[in-house]
Design a protein around this ligand. Structure first.
Ligand SMILES: Cc1cc2nc3c(=O)[nH]c(=O)nc-3n(C[C@H](O)[C@H](O)[C@H](O)COP(=O)(O)OP(=O)(O)OC[C@H]3O[C@@H](n4cnc5c(N)ncnc54)[C@H](O)[C@@H]3O)c2cc1C
Length: 413
């Protein structure tokens, strides 16, 4: 039996561990810092909107435990505006539904399930200095430790990482009592953009106390939405501050929060980080370890891609491990495996980095404008969030965008 060590119990590490155990033939150990109870009772970790292809990966692996209880997100509503109201708005239906299950619920449940399924769970935060001796005991060691300190083992890939500082100050809260949009009250992700100031994302989430909404501010650092990080606010204080910002910057949203209340006292999350792509192989003594998930491709959450990336990464790594048979998991195999993942993740990274640059490029503004007039453009834009590689042929290059938008114009009569 091949022995595999996975460090980290997030979407990437747990999905890989569970699917390896389910496949059979692997002796899987997962090391992590928190018990299921600590995760479940802890602070929120994400807004974790997972799009239809990622949900399909989970469903195929039998990991969709909460699917029936979680709202089915039907589309994306994009509104661009500011203090004077909405200047541009459209709704793009998704081809398959998206869902968000509070990672506190999901990772705690998956960790318990891994133990029941026969995976070994070791509760121990792995120090960098321990990895060398640990890795020598296993055929393969995978580091799926998110944004934790182990990430420093993996060298930043400057060519694939355009930003060196955080592009947004993050402030999320889970709420009960947010009203749906009266004109179209179906589960949806609301993407609200104030150019030069930041964004507000709102989406339904299944949390510890049932279904609520995540309201997630992404403020340009130093700007008027970057007001959550001076000190840890209580959930009520966070909500008060959010309401003030809604009234001023997102007035079309503000009334929906009149009866909103935090879902629990750990329902908030604040911070920020610089997005980075890292080289996938780290040397620990004479051994090598492979990075996965946020360790190797860390996107700003602006396009809601990180958990989706992690699900794709875990599936690609699983398939590569199985296909390797009894051959060694050497450095060449590690690099090839990561490149297979990067063939997908380069597009979600390009989407995200395009949205958090200094102003939206003109051709993306043209896409948004066209989407207000043309439902098919709106749908194609929404599909790009589910399936970022589908953007490659039309979204990133102004000429390709121009050709697509021209093809949507009615022919002159
Ligand atoms: C505010 C916010 C909103 C987001 N919204 C979305 C969204 O809507 N859609 C989306 O797809 N993505 C979203 N993301 C990103 C998404 O949450 C992450 O990309 C995803 O969870 C990464 O999964 P991961 O398994 O790589 O890492 P993580 O989920 O960070 O898991 C890492 C694990 O490693 C453990 N660990 C860390 N260090 C050690 C150590 N030394 N030893 C042992 N264990 C360790 C941690 O405890 C944790 O269990 C959001 C992120 C944020 C911050």
């Amino acid at each position: 039996m091949r022995k595999i060590l996975i460090v980290g119990a997030g979407q990437a590490g747990l999905q890989l561990a569970l699917t390896l155990v389910d496949h059979g033939g692997y002796d899987v150990t997962l090391m992590t810092a928190q018990t299921p109870e600590e995760i479940r009772d802890g602070r929120i970790l994400s807004t974790q909107c997972m799009f239809h292809p990622s949900l399909a990966i989970e469903r195929d692996a039998g990991l969709n435990t909460w699917e029936a209880d979680t709202p089915q997100i039907e589309g994306l509503r994009v509104t661009v505006g500011g203090p004077d109201g909405a200047a541009l708005a459209f709704y793009g239906a998704l081809e398959g539904y998206a869902q968000s299950v509070d990672q506190r619920v999901k990772m705690a449940g998956w960790l318990e399930r891994l133990e029941r399924a026969g995976g070994k769970v070791v509760l121990h935060p792995v120090a960098t200095s321990e990895l060398e001796s640990l890795a020598s005991l296993y055929d393969l060691t995978v580091v799926a430790a998110g944004r934790g300190p182990l990430v420093e083992l993996f060298e930043r890939d400057d060519a694939r990482s355009p930003y060196t500082v955080p592009r947004r100050a993050l402030a999320a809260i889970y709420l009960h009592g947010v009203k749906p949009v009266p004109s179209h009250p179906v589960p949806q992700v609301r993407i609200n953009v104030v150019p030069g100031v930041g964004e507000l994302f709102v989406m339904p989430v299944l949390t510890r106390t049932g279904v609520g909404d995540a309201a997630f501010i992404e403020g340009v650092p130093g700007g008027p939405l970057d007001v959550f990080t001076e000190r840890r606010l209580s959930a009520e204080e966070h909500l008060d501050k959010l309401k003030g910002l809604l009234a001023q910057w997102f007035p079309w949203e503000a009334d929906l929060y009149a009866e909103a209340r935090p879902t629990d006292d750990k329902s908030t999350l604040c911070g920020g980080y610089a997005p980075a792509v890292r080289h996938p192989v780290a040397k620990v003594g004479s051994g090598k370890v492979l990075g996965m998930g946020d360790v190797v491709v860390l996107n700003d959450p602006a396009a809601g891609q990180g958990a989706n990336n992690a699900a794709h990464c875990a599936k690609i790594y699983l398939d590569a491990i199985v296909a390797r048979g009894d051959l060694p998991f050497d450095e060449d195999w590690m690099r090839e495996t990561f490149e297979r993942y990067w063939a997908y993740a380069q597009w979600s990274t390009a989407l995200t980095n395009g949205l958090i640059g200094d102003g939206l490029p003109d051709h993306i503004q043209q896409i948004l404008g066209a989407a207000t007039q043309d439902d098919q453009v709106a749908r194609r834009f929404a599909s790009g969030y589910s399936d970022p590689p589908s953007l490659a042929s039309w979204f990133f290059d102004p000429t390709a965008t121009g050709a697509y938008l021209a093809s949507r114009q009615p022919a002159p009569s």
